[in-house]
Design a protein around this ligand. Structure first.
Ligand SMILES: NC(=O)c1ccc[n+]([C@@H]2O[C@H](COP(=O)([O-])OP(=O)(O)OC[C@H]3O[C@@H](n4cnc5c(N)ncnc54)[C@H](OP(=O)(O)O)[C@@H]3O)[C@@H](O)[C@H]2O)c1
Length: 329
């Protein structure tokens, strides 16, 4: 069997993050060809295609999903559309890289993970931070026992934005709220080092649109390990993360999810590890997608389906405690 020299990408939606992703791909992934774009409007599809020299322009998402010239689709639509978009792509046999949060809830996530596995098609949540050089180095350090056994994970991700009930951050129809927008990053960090928790409890401040504007939550594990996490869209927090182990501790400096420096303190030795990042870093995950496709994998070991499901289930439990339901749930 021959493996392709290049992969043909379709970009679904032309918003802020799709634009950044396309830019990073153009600059840093030579074996990717941006072949198609899908948008709700002809104007946006054409403008995006002209900017990034994309040949195929689609004025609806399903038609992009079914484009025979596309191998893999990047999904950059609002949270509430991810379910249908991923489903259409998988049913058309397209590999998928879907923006975070993967789905609105665990039920949707489970259904699509099952579909990908049944169809033997690659599927990954775009948890891009996991593939950044610094985060890979930290993970390896911890895997090799550099900090001993992890007893506690702490992580915060919050920013203050103006209240706009129509924006994707606040509108429940679009899957708004801090937990799904940035809580997903602190959860992805905790789940990577500690796995699926057995205890979950949190408190949230619910705003005028009925979604969480800030919250704090604790995950507990049978070993006694715990994660203490916060997320916010109306409060600027110190966006740092730390791993506290039996042998030492590590701290990823602000903003941890796009981090380039972590500091370890093991015994009497403090070391600063600086590992720079090219551009915004959205392309590292695409390089991983290519690697997985060449190896015929349906999931990436760096962001496996089980981690995506664990994150979605923790979010379900927290939203259940806070009484937040999205339309249709
Ligand atoms: N990885 C990251 O760092 C990162 C950062 C920000 C956001 N995200 C994720 O990426 C997704 C999109 O976020 P974004 O910041 O790019 O949002 P955005 O700028 O609002 O763009 C979203 C795009 O989705 C399409 N869309 C379809 N229905 C829409 C609706 N009802 N309202 C608004 N847009 C609609 C539009 O594209 P068309 O008009 O072309 O159809 C729009 O341009 C979200 O899931 C978000 O969580 C990830």
């Amino acid at each position: 069997m021959t493996t392709p020299k290049t992969f043909r990408w379709g970009i679904m939606a032309t918003g802020r993050i799709s634009r950044q992703f396309a830019q990073d791909m153009k600059n840093h992934v030579p074996d990717a060809v941006l072949t198609a774009v899908g948008s709700r409007s002809t104007e946006s599809a054409n403008a995006f295609a002209d900017e990034f020299e994309i040949a195929n322009r689609h004025t609806n998402y399903k038609s992009l999903a079914e484009d025979p010239d596309v191998d893999v689709v990047y999904i950059g639509t609002p949270n509430n559309l991810h379910y249908q978009n991923v489903k259409d792509c998988l049913n058309a046999g397209k590999a998928v890289l879907c923006e975070k949060p993967f789905m609105l809830n665990g039920k949707q996530a489970q259904e699509l993970v099952d579909l990908a596995q049944k169809k033997n098609v690659f599927l990954m949540e775009a948890m891009w931070t996991r593939f950044l050089p610094m985060h890979k180095a930290l993970y390896e350090f911890v895997q090799h026992g550099g900090l001993g056994e992890i007893r506690m994970v702490q992580a915060n991700f919050g920013f203050r934005t103006s209240f706009d009930p129509t924006s994707r951050l606040f509108d429940p129809v679009l899957g708004g709220g801090a937990l799904l927008d940035v809580g997903v990053y602190v959860l992805a960090f905790a789940v990577r080092y500690l796995g699926m928790p057995t205890h979950i409890s949190g408190y949230a401040d619910i705003g005028a649109t009925g979604v969480d504007e800030q919250s704090g939550y604790i995950l507990g594990y049978p070993s006694g390990a715990m994660a203490v996490l916060t997320s916010a869209v109306r409060t600027q927090t110190y966006n740092e993360a730390s791993l506290l182990g039996t042998k030492g501790r590590a701290r990823v400096q602000e903003r941890f999810h796009e981090g380039t420096t972590y500091i370890t303190e093991v015994g009497d030795t403090t070391t600063s590890h600086h590992i720079p990042l090219e551009e915004t870093g959205l392309h590292y995950q695409a390089i991983e997608v290519h690697r997985c496709l060449r190896e015929g994998l349906v999931e990436s070991p760096g962001m496996p389906h089980d981690d995506t499901l664990a994150i979605a289930r923790v979010m379900d439990t927290l939203r259940g405690q806070w009484g937040i339901k999205y339309p249709g749930e």
